[in-house]
Design a protein around this ligand. Structure first.
Ligand SMILES: Nc1ncnc2c1ncn2[C@@H]1O[C@H](COP(=O)(O)OP(=O)(O)OP(=O)(O)O)[C@@H](O)[C@H]1O
Length: 251
């Protein structure tokens, strides 16, 4: 079953000027339920622009975007977020630093602006969050009442991931979500990501510059080049792909 369908997507920056740049050139893409797609490509290839237009933070110039069988082409980020979550490169983007770990989780769960963070102390729910945090293996269950700004980048990013997936989104967008972390933490967060995606059967698009992660994780790999999808491999073909073949495709 398809989760996302992108048809004839085009984006031009600075149209009609000498800086005019066609960043998305007639992109067509279908993402099926359960797909875990690694999106790779050179700097400036259009990967983030593709994710931004899918998420709605950028409007496309033309083309159609269907998400969970709803035409969202002209819809706001808020509307699309009924079915979609996103984790950014900057660990500060997905969490509120002045709120505690518990308050962040309550907010992520609530999906409303009316929740009262002070009275929210129901024991069962706290236990539920503690157990969820334990699955991350980052010791976060001991920091329930700590303000998130005091966490490490890795802990914060793991929390962002948990928050982004609490409401079981139809589509999870990961925008270089491990790029700002040191190599060891980056690998830990990648492992957590993979476990979460498998456990919750999350349909996921993940931009990465790490070729080894793109090869290791996911059932599908897409290479964006000069605003077009240059490579789209899945299943066994993806499993058999190696670094040399990828480097060749980059050329
Ligand atoms: N809001 C914007 N306004 C103008 N130009 C933009 C904007 N966003 C991106 N661009 C340009 O579009 C091109 C594609 O950028 P994009 O960020 O999508 O590439 P990318 O593949 O994600 O690259 P990177 O790997 O470096 O993050 C670049 O030339 C960039 O400068």
């Amino acid at each position: 079953m398809k989760v996302l369908q992108v048809q004839h997507l085009q984006k031009v920056f600075f149209p009609g000027t000498e800086n005019e740049r066609h960043v998305l050139k007639n992109i067509n893409l279908q993402v099926d339920e359960g797909d875990f797609i690694a999106v790779i490509g050179n700097n400036g290839a259009g990967k983030s622009t593709l994710l931004n237009t899918i998420a709605g933070t950028l409007s496309a110039d033309s083309g159609e975007i269907d998400l969970a069988n709803h035409n969202v082409s002209k819809k706001s980020v808020a509307y699309r977020s009924r079915w979609m979550s996103r984790v950014f490169q900057d660990p500060k983007m997905g969490t509120a630093g002045d709120l505690t770990v518990l308050q962040n989780l309550v907010l992520a769960q609530s999906h409303t602006n009316t929740v009262n963070l002070h009275w929210y102390q129901k024991k069962d729910d706290v236990k539920k969050y503690q157990e969820l945090l334990q699955t991350l293996n980052m010791g976060l269950e001991n920091f329930l009442n700590t303000q998130v700004k005091y966490l490490s980048g890795g802990q914060r990013q793991a929390l962002s991931l948990l928050m982004a997936t609490l409401s079981q989104p139809k589509l999870l967008l990961l925008d270089e979500h491990t790029a700002a972390l040191d190599p060891k933490t980056s690998q830990e967060v990648m492992k957590i990501t993979d476990e979460m995606v498998q456990r919750k059967h999350l349909t996921t698009m993940m931009i990465t510059h790490k070729m080894s992660d793109a090869l290791k994780y996911g059932n599908r790999l897409i290479m964006v080049q000069d605003g077009q999808i240059k490579l789209d491999v899945k299943g066994v073909e993806k499993q058999n792909l190696n670094k040399e073949q990828l480097l060749e495709a980059f050329a």
